[in-house]
Structure formats: structure tokens, C-alpha cells
Design a protein around this ligand. Structure first.
Ligand code: ZN
Length: 200
């Protein structure tokens, strides 16, 4: 980066460039936009960024991102604690939530098994899931993303959870392969949820 650019400016450009979907060009544009914009805007942004990590944590039951522990879904008396939908990311839980029909609770893995990226079962909240499923859980819906990593994760979980009396299901095919649940429209997701298949 040119020496003509002051350090605080390059610092923000570099920080923004590290975000997914933001290249150096967009990062520069955003940074110069903030320089021109009213002070209030950068203040809000910096406060929001600070609070993001400081005021959130993982729910000790489902590992979703939450302010209160347990999270509002786990704390909700009306949710069926015997049905657990296993998802890769918090946004996937949100996508299922948007269908408006799922009455169970979630378990967020925080990723998927990926030998290429060096992510193994121990890097995910799988042991916690196995622990949880030992209670009076009746069904575990494996709602990992369609695609190689999601399938590998589903297979691993299936192996770990197989026991008498526990129903293991997987979202129906028909979801776009390689796409994340968060990008699937609610109608398609609802159909995949309702048509979920029993895993052998
Ligand atoms: Zn929770």
C-alpha cells in the first residue's frame, strides 16, 4: 500500500479486506466513505463491533450464539426438547426457524468435517451432541448442508448416535448441492424438512 495513505486508513482497509466477500477495492471504498460520513456512523460501527463479541456467547445447551444462557429457544417451554435439528452454523438454525414449522430445538456444530481444511469431529460440537442425545431425545434431524462435507458430517454423526429408540433423519434431497441452508428459500427448506428421510 502506498506511503501516501495514512496508517489509520490502511489499517481499516486491511481489516475490512480480511472479511469474506470484501476485496481490497471494496475495503478502500468503505473506508473512504466512512472518512467522509458523519462521525456518528463510525461511532455506531465501532460500538457494534465491540459489543458483538463482548455481549454474546454460546448457549450451553445448543451452542447457538446468544446473549442469555440458555438461549431463548432452549429456554422456551413450548419447544419440543425431544427433537433436535443439527445444523452447521447459527445462520442455518435461523433458516429453519424462518420456515415457522419446526417446533424442536437446535444443535449448532460450528462447521463441518473437512479433511481438506483439517477440520475433524473434535473441532466441532459433536461430542456435546452425543452427550445431549443420551437424554430423552426421540429424534435427531441431521440438517447439515448438502454436499461432500455436510454428508461426511451427517454420516459421522449417524454412526455416533445409532442406538435403539433414537430416530435419525436427514433433510430430504432436492436442496441445491453445495449451497448453505441459509441461502435456501423457506418453501424448499420446509419441503426438505417435512420430507426428511430416515437414515438406515
Ligand atoms: Zn440454546
Amino acid at each position: 500500500m502506498s506511503k501516501a495513505i495514512p496508517e489509520p486508513v490502511t489499517r481499516l482497509i486491511d481489516a475490512l479486506s480480511a472479511l469474506p466477500g470484501i476485496g481490497p477495492k471494496t475495503a478502500s471504498r468503505l473506508t473512504y466513505f466512512l472518512l467522509r460520513a458523519p462521525d456518528k456512523l463510525s461511532q455506531n460501527l465501532s460500538e457494534a463491533l465491540r459489543d458483538l463479541k463482548a455481549r454474546t456467547r454460546l448457549c450451553s445447551v445448543c451452542y447457538n450464539i446468544t446473549v442469555d444462557d440458555p438461549c431463548p429457544i432452549c429456554a422456551d417451554e413450548r419447544r419440543d426438547k425431544r427433537t433436535i435439528a443439527v445444523v452447521e452454523e447459527p445462520l442455518d438454525a435461523l433458516a429453519l426457524e424462518r420456515t415457522g414449522v419446526f417446533q424442536g430445538v437446535y444443535h449448532v456444530l460450528h462447521g463441518a468435517i473437512s479433511p481438506v481444511q483439517g477440520i475433524g469431529p473434535d473441532d466441532l460440537k459433536i461430542r456435546e451432541l452425543v452427550q445431549r442425545a443420551q437424554g430423552d431425545v426421540l429424534e435427531v434431524i441431521i440438517a447439515t448442508n448438502p454436499g461432500m462435507e455436510g454428508d461426511a458430517t451427517a454420516m459421522y454423526i449417524h454412526r455416533e448416535l445409532q442406538r435403539k429408540g433414537l430416530k435419525l433423519t436427514r433433510l430430504a434431497r432436492g436442496l441445491p448441492t453445495g449451497g448453505d441452508l441459509e441461502y435456501v428459500d423457506s418453501v424448499t427448506l420446509l419441503r426438505a424438512l417435512q420430507g426428511r428421510n430416515l437414515m438406515g
